[in-house]
Design a protein around this ligand. Structure first.
Ligand code: DNO
Length: 402
């Protein structure tokens, strides 16, 4: 397992010398300053790569090379956008960066309603509160059909929250929902989000799948040629929101995506936290089923509210619903399988995904979910699991992967 750390480049309040103290040698990053759809020039990639290497790291994964909204919508002539995407891939490959993470979520990326919910011991965590999300959809956006997307008690609680909330709390809710969009671009306001949603009228699950398949058909042959690994990130949360279809939410969806264009270059980012946010997803089983296609993994955990509302919050890395030890065990067995095949890229890069805001993190202005201490803690815990599994494997190798 290759330890890595997500770093937002010059937009990150955490410096590379600080990251160096984590002990991770890999950096996961993107050229967040380049607008979606434009080419990442070889020079800009090389500059970032040199900056990372000068600090003693290797740039191991691109997260993300974003897919332009028009590709997701299947809108207009997409030739230029596909050409640009492929050109960025070529430029990355020329700089030796071969693993690319991306997502196919319409409009929003990961979505939460609270960025500083209370967690154990006075820490703070990210939370998805179904009543607040419903309040946003029903009462702020005015999307009446959303009553059908939530259980009745959630719709009621949403009404109560909205009636009692101040303008400041509503603004904060909007900001939290927008916080998942990476990079330095404008977030949606309620009005611009309404307009953006209108563009998706008529784009149902089947249409989005068709657009995704077309994207894969356009780029996977280039990835094969370049020896690259594309790895789709699952939807977070893994369910439709804002009435938009989400198509990488379950084991069946993953199966569909991998089969849409079967190729070693068409793979998965196994994000334990995103998948785990769906109570019906058995993450260790998903890891086992798709292990040969996992080119990158995000390790973290969640905890569901027991009331069946769909609310959840981010738990510390080993302390939630998902058996992360089982996931790591499976991925380590997969690495052995790859080593036996003589693959040079047998090691799977992982990063401690998200973390609680712990002492010293609060007020530092780091990206939501990406504080220094919380992720250091996460990495240390995951590293301990890996060390223990290695120890055990060295003594009882036949048991590996069992
Ligand atoms: C959340 C991240 C996602 C991920 C993108 C990949 O913390 O894991 O935002 O980077 O969905 O395209």
């Amino acid at each position: 397992m290759k330890e890595s750390w997500r770093w937002y480049g010059d937009l990150d309040a955490i410096t590379l010398p600080e990251v160096a103290q984590s002990g991770a040698a890999g950096i996961v990053t993107a050229l967040h300053e380049i607008p979606y759809g434009e080419v990442w020039s070889r020079e800009a990639i090389a500059r970032r790569r040199r900056q990372i290497e000068a600090a003693g790291f290797q740039w191991v994964v691109v997260e993300s090379l974003p897919v332009h909204e028009r590709i997701k919508l299947g809108e207009g002539d997409l030739t230029g956008l596909f050409d640009n995407y492929r050109q960025s891939m070529r430029n990355l490959a020329a700089e030796g960066i071969l693993v690319i993470c991306y997502n196919f979520m319409p409009l929003l990326d990961w979505t939460r309603t609270d960025l500083d919910a209370p967690a154990e011991g006075g820490a703070h965590c990210l939370r998805f509160d179904a009543p607040r999300m419903a309040a946003f959809e029903l009462h702020m956006l005015g999307r009446r059909e959303a009553v059908n997307d939530y259980p009745p008690q959630v719709v009621e609680a949403a009404g109560r929250w909205f009636a009692e909330s101040s303008q400041e709390e509503r603004d904060e809710l909007l900001d939290s929902i927008m916080a998942g969009l990476p990079g330095a671009f404008d977030r949606y306001t309620v009005d611009t989000l309404r307009q953006a949603l209108r563009r998706y009228d008529g784009v149902d699950r089947a249409a989005l799948r068709a657009n995704y398949k077309r994207f894969l058909e356009e780029i996977i042959p280039t990835a094969e040629e370049l020896g690259m690994r594309m790895c789709v990130h699952p939807d977070d949360p893994p369910r439709d929101i804002l009435g938009l279809p989400r198509i990488v939410s379950s084991a069946d969806d993953i199966e569909w995506a991998l089969n849409a264009v079967p190729s070693p270059a068409n793979g998965l980012t196994l994000c334990a936290g995103s998948l785990g946010a769906g109570p019906e997803n058995d993450v260790p089983a998903i890891a086992a089923r798709f292990a040969p296609h996992v080119h990158f993994t995000h390790l973290r955990n969640v905890r569901h509210d027991p009331d069946g509302s769909g609310s959840f919050e981010e738990a510390s890395h080993l302390n939630g619903v998902t058996d992360i030890v089982a996931v790591i065990h499976t991925l380590m067995a997969e690495e052995k399988r790859r080593q036996a095949e003589g693959r040079a890229d047998a090691d799977i890069p992982f990063r401690p995904d998200h973390g609680h805001e712990l002492a010293g993190d609060q007020g530092r202005g780091t990206h939501p979910g990406y504080p220094l201490m919380g992720r250091l803690r996460g990495l240390a815990e995951l590293r301990g699991v890996i060390a223990a599994l290695r120890w055990r494997d060295a003594r009882a190798p036949s048991d590996a992967g069992a």
